[in-house]
Write a protein that binds this ligand. Structure first.
Ligand SMILES: C[S@@+](CC[C@H](N)C(=O)[O-])C[C@H]1O[C@@H](n2cnc3c(N)ncnc32)[C@H](O)[C@@H]1O
Length: 250
């Protein structure tokens, strides 16, 4: 049975995304599983063979890593970045501007719960590790369904398992030690202690029911409950996240 994912929400705790933003890319750049996840989403979007001017929305687009990579591959798409955090959006904006093609990616600075797009508007909606942190994940899925054109796709990754701060710290340390050595690894951890603090808050928010926890089959049920046909389903991000490619029926 689908757990009532809206039922036990409380106001706090929740991540301070602006504090996180300052360290986000540095940590991602030392986290191979992050780039494997982003590349899986890019591959899934690539296999759709989207025609020129297709409209793509990234919900909770953060520092823009996904759309920046996509814009570099395909400058003929119409890309929309949605995120409510100013710190994240500023970093994303700098990346998009560096492409030298202004307006390649349009930033929509608001909460997904407050966004207002027409129905049947996007060819593809994507979202990576952001849905779990929204106030009403099931409602966001249903809204995304409405915004996608009939026959369009949702390419989604969501962080569903309990955050294990020590497991991630150990993984990052091992990876950095192998690729960078001891001194840069110590520097990385010293400079980015805030990330561990924010990850601890994620764990607390999950414990308190403020952030959605799911296993892979609960994730599939939530997608189907909003009307999607789930065409591909797997785990990624070291098993912490689920990835799905879904379509909206014609
Ligand atoms: C873990 S980050 C993921 C960022 C990006 N998708 C990535 O994979 O690198 C989650 C992002 O979701 C955004 N976010 C969380 N809740 C949101 C909401 N209700 N509306 C819009 N953005 C939200 C945060 O500001 C943050 O940038």
């Amino acid at each position: 049975m689908l757990p009532d994912i809206e039922a036990s929400k409380s106001e706090y705790p929740s991540i301070d995304w602006t504090k996180y933003a300052k360290h986000y890319d540095q940590m991602c750049n030392h986290n191979p599983s992050y780039w494997e996840m982003i590349n899986s989403v890019l591959t899934a979007i690539g296999t759709l063979n989207l025609p020129e001017s297709s409209r793509i929305l990234d919900i909770g687009a953060g520092t823009g890593n996904l759309l920046f990579s996509l814009a570099k591959e395909r400058n003929d798409l119409s890309l929309f970045h949605l995120d409510f955090d100013r710190g994240m959006n500023e970093l994303a904006s700098a990346k998009y501007n560096s492409l030298g093609q202004k307006n390649t990616v349009e930033i929509v600075a608001c909460a997904v719960e407050e966004a207002n797009f027409p129905d049947n508007h996007f060819d593809v909606i994507t979202t990576t590790n952001a849905l779990y942190a929204t106030s009403e994940p099931q409602k966001v899925l249903s809204t995304a369904y409405d915004w996608i054109k009939p026959g369009g796709q949702l390419v989604i990754v969501d962080f569903g398992r309990p955050q294990n701060v020590n497991d991630w710290a150990w993984y990052m340390a091992k990876t950095s030690l192998v690729t960078q050595g001891i001194a840069p690894t110590i520097k990385l951890f010293r400079e980015n202690w805030e990330v561990a603090r924010q990850n601890k808050i994620t764990a607390e928010a999950q414990d308190s029911g403020n952030y959605w926890l799911h296993n892979t089959s609960e994730f599939k049920i939530a997608l189907e409950k909003s009307g999607f046909i789930v065409n591909k389903l797997d785990q990624c991000y070291r098993g912490y996240s689920d990835i799905a490619v879904c379509s909206k029926p014609h």
